[in-house]
Ligand binder design. Structure first.
Ligand SMILES: CC(C)(COP(=O)(O)OP(=O)(O)OC[C@H]1O[C@@H](n2cnc3c(N)ncnc32)[C@H](O)[C@@H]1OP(=O)(O)O)[C@@H](O)C(=O)NCCC(=O)NCCS
Length: 156
């Protein structure tokens, strides 16, 4: 798929919310018994310390990820691919960029929460070299470490 990427601007928010809602509403309902809340996502995306990159193809946003630094780790707040564009390599590309960013900033690792009902995402992260660290409520914490002894190159 041909695409371009750039940093998110406020006018992207409606499309980002639509993609996330379509992907996550059922999973969030199954995990927590609550509706998907746009405002939770907005709050996270508009944090001044968050970095969000969008991917466009055919004049629309087809994917995005949002990360933030937390205690010397890069934390993936959200990573989403439009349903019809999944399984075409966008997820792998975004994870590569996230890893490059963590390396550049000499962070200790990359972390994320995944809902325990979101089996496909868990398998995707595992495939990308992430390992389960702990469970908190209906979430698993997953992590990939950077090893400073390797000159900040990644170890699985
Ligand atoms: C999870 C998600 C981001 C992955 O992005 P994607 O573009 O579909 O994934 P890619 O096509 O880049 O796949 C990358 C690799 O992961 C593998 N993979 C993807 N989904 C997988 C799954 N469910 N199980 C096993 N492997 C999987 C692919 O086979 C591919 O392997 P390869 O590159 O070695 O051949 C995307 O499917 C998505 O947006 N899902 C819905 C939203 C979501 O759950 N986000 C995470 C919230 S925590």
């Amino acid at each position: 798929m041909e695409y371009t990427s750039r940093q998110m601007t406020r006018k992207d928010l409606p499309q980002i919310i639509a993609i996330s809602r379509e992907n996550m509403a059922a999973i969030i309902y199954a995990s927590w018994g609550v509706e998907f809340r746009d405002e939770d996502l907005l709050h996270m995306l508009l944090e001044p310390t968050a970095f969000t990159e969008v991917f466009e193809s055919g004049g629309r946003i087809v994917a995005y990820y949002s990360v933030d630094e937390r205690n010397d780790n890069l934390f993936i707040n959200s990573i989403q691919v439009l349903k019809e564009c999944q399984k075409q390599g966008l997820g792998r590309e975004m994870m590569a960029r996230i890893q490059a960013r963590a390396e550049e900033n000499q962070l200790r690792g990359i972390e994320l929460w995944v809902q325990i009902t979101n089996r496909p995402a868990m398998e995707f992260y595992r495939h990308m070299g992430y390992r389960m660290v702990s469970r908190q409520g209906n979430n698993y914490l997953m992590r990939r470490r950077l090893d400073p002894r390797e000159g900040w190159r990644f170890v699985v």
